[in-house]
Design a protein around this ligand. Structure first.
Ligand code: MN
Length: 315
């Protein structure tokens, strides 16, 4: 996916190493990804930029369609991050400048590690179910790994935890005893939670990590607070567990990880450390250098927006 919010300035982002256990709920915003696909963006927020290494959380659908491509994000570049594509329904086809093709379906993971630079497209494949519902998340790469060669991985075999009250499928990192053997470069968790109606789900957490929940659908509460859907609920650190109470059937996503400890700069589809790096990546994309072509995509690639090298001060 591509970040098309029309903001020319970079954002400085850092996780909060000293956050306490808390529940801070933030409203989301909408963003138009083109081809009629509108997403709900839960992260980054002006008030809150990262949760562990997670720096971007887009939610889309559920959509039903018959005669169009519900998703059609033309080739665009990334640096310094991993894109984590996770579906609840439908399918999405990834093509990249390495020549990799990856079709993702619910329960599977498309994971692209951008490293020093890659370009990709994401679209609804010609043969499709007529449904689309899912997420795209980004993970910031730590300093030691962010210039690595780009790669793409597709995973079908992801662990499922049965903590009582439902299921938790781990697509990145670890949750309790369940470890996803997906390519990761810092300690984290990304998990898809399914609670049954009238259930309680206890999940083990690492107390040193920070966590957040986004409820996709259903009525669920934590510590007596009902968690509104499609908002980022930041849970702080110092929690060794979580007890979710599902009033109805619930779908929710847990993200978290060790506080990132590095200040990143995000602009468009780039995660870097300075405005100069952003400018150089933008110029390389516009000059057809570094990123390569996505030969499998039929159509024009995305043009980089204008960049004003004045990073917004943020946490
Ligand atoms: Mn993308």
């Amino acid at each position: 996916m591509s970040n098309l919010l029309p903001q020319p300035e970079a954002e400085r982002c850092q996780s909060q190493p000293d956050a306490k256990p808390e529940i801070v709920s933030y409203p989301s915003r909408s963003a138009d990804l083109g081809a009629g696909l509108t997403v709900t963006r839960a992260l980054p927020l002006r008030q809150h930029r990262m949760v562990g290494p997670w720096c971007f959380f887009d939610y889309y659908g559920p959509l039903s369609f018959t005669d169009r491509k519900a998703m059609d994000v033309a080739p665009h570049p990334h640096i310094g991050l991993q894109t984590v594509s996770w579906l609840f329904a439908g399918e999405a086809l990834h093509n990249d400048s390495l020549g990799t093709q990856g079709l993702v379906r619910p329960g599977e993971l498309n994971l692209m590690t951008a490293g020093c630079g890659i370009a990709h497209s994401e679209e609804t494949p010609p043969k499709n179910s007529g449904h689309l519902h899912g997420l795209q998340l980004w993970v910031a790469l730590p300093e030691a790994e962010r210039q690595r060669a780009p790669s793409f991985d597709h995973y079908r075999d992801l662990p499922v935890l049965e903590p009582g009250g439902g299921l938790a499928q781990v697509f990145m990192g670890e949750l309790g005893d369940a470890q996803a053997h997906t390519r990761a470069f810092s300690p984290m968790v990304g998990a898809d939670l399914k609670l049954s109606a009238n259930s309680r789900m206890r999940l083990p957490l690492r107390a040193a990590w920070e966590h957040a929940l986004v409820v996709i659908e259903g009525q669920v509460s934590l510590d007596g607070t009902v968690l509104a859907p499609l908002q980022l609920h930041y849970l702080g650190t110092h929690r060794s567990g979580l007890e979710l109470v599902g009033e109805t059937a619930v779908r929710a996503v847990l993200i978290g990880g060790a506080p990132f400890g590095e200040s990143i700069v995000m602009w468009w589809n780039f995660v870097a450390r300075s405005a100069d790096e952003i400018r150089a990546a933008r110029e390389d994309w516009e000059g057809h250098r570094r990123f390569g072509d996505v030969k499998a995509y039929q159509g024009e690639r995305l043009k980089a927006p204008a960049f004003v090298a004045r990073p917004v001060a943020g946490r």
